[in-house]
Design a protein around this ligand. Structure first.
Ligand SMILES: [Zn+2]
Length: 329
């Protein structure tokens, strides 16, 4: 957390911080040579994608190896082209850690003169170092979709609601459904030319059209299955009016972050993010209230007391709606 007066910056992270940052600013894109892709060697695909005793150098090479494999597919080539177009140095925002996930960080900056604020969202992705090469390819594809497309809801927005957060996390742009579809499309392309076992989960959602190979994704079935929460249904059934797709069917999709079905995992995330937003809002409210008092007393002529009071009223409203506590407590 950083305080720069009169601008205040506050951070909220949507997931726990990644473990290791493999940074290199000297990389030229597109990536040229790394390890040669052994299409026909099933052992090569099953081997761990990073060496047992990694260094920053081997981590970086392994990562570029994965990107190179993804680039060799039609779908992956397009995906990487889009990512590198929008974020030319996106590889600096990839780490290797104990799990695969994409973290969104909100950086909020506000002025103590009038209470106005700006919010910037940054994504960072981490890939699990314990995976086989083929699974790492799937995970990286999946996380790149989150990285490129996901625009998390603004937690400071008055209409930041739990069902909307869950629905958006699953079905929204860059959500779980879209990331999973990307994973399957890459898997089906790789399966055509490499000695790999078919992607088990994806086989269930493949449709065949004019060919004996999968090339259509059954998005409707996958969306339905994302809401299958099994035993968690007892806890979540209160949300069924807003999320009618929730069912007690056996879960197919489990979030690796919370080790639970996605709707439940997203609710945990929502609760954490809201808690942070409430704390940050309380802090902002306190600061602007003091500032408004100073302005009214003529001690800070640059501050606008009436705009600060308006903002204080808005924050109080947010508290009443979302934080279930009075702002001054
Ligand atoms: Zn995901």
């Amino acid at each position: 957390m950083e305080v720069v007066s009169p601008l205040i910056s506050l951070l909220i992270a949507l997931a726990s911080m990644p473990a290791v940052a493999a940074k290199d600013t000297a990389i030229k894109w597109p990536v040229k040579s790394t390890e040669k892709i052994q299409w026909q060697d099933s052992y090569w695909w099953q081997k761990k994608w990073v060496p047992a005793k990694p260094t920053l150098e081997t981590d970086r090479k392994a990562l570029y190896g994965l990107l190179q494999i993804i680039q060799k597919t039609k779908f992956g080539k397009k995906l990487i082209r889009s990512v590198s177009k929008r974020y030319p140095k996106f590889y600096n925002r990839i780490s290797i850690g104990q799990r695969s996930f994409t973290e969104s960080t909100y950086l909020r900056t506000y002025s103590l003169k009038d209470g106005s604020e700006e919010l910037e969202i940054k994504n960072h992705l981490t890939i699990n170092r314990r995976l086989s090469r083929i699974d790492a390819v799937y995970d990286l594809t999946h996380e790149l979709v989150h990285f490129l497309f996901r625009k998390p809801h603004n937690p400071y927005h008055m209409r930041f609601s739990m069902p909307e957060f869950v629905r958006h996390g699953i079905e929204g742009k860059g959500g779980e459904l879209q990331a999973f579809e990307a994973e399957c499309r890459i898997a089906w392309e790789i399966e055509k030319k490499a000695h790999v076992e078919p992607h088990q989960l994806c086989s269930k959602y493949g449709k065949k059209k004019h060919t004996h190979k999968f090339n259509q994704f059954n998005s409707r079935q996958a969306a339905k299955d994302f809401y299958a929460v099994g035993n968690y249904f007892v806890t979540l059934q209160g949300l069924q009016i807003e999320l009618p797709a929730l069912s007690n069917a056996h879960p197919t999709f489990i979030s690796s972050l919370e080790n639970s079905p996605y709707p439940y995992a997203l609710i945990q995330e929502f609760v954490n993010v809201r808690k942070m937003a409430c704390q940050n809002n309380a802090r902002k409210a306190r600061l602007i209230q003091q500032q408004a008092a100073r302005a009214r007393a003529g001690r800070d002529p640059s501050a606008d007391a009436s705009l600060l009071s308006e903002e204080y009223a808005r924050l109080s409203k947010y508290f009443r709606w979302h934080c279930q506590t009075e702002i001054h407590k």
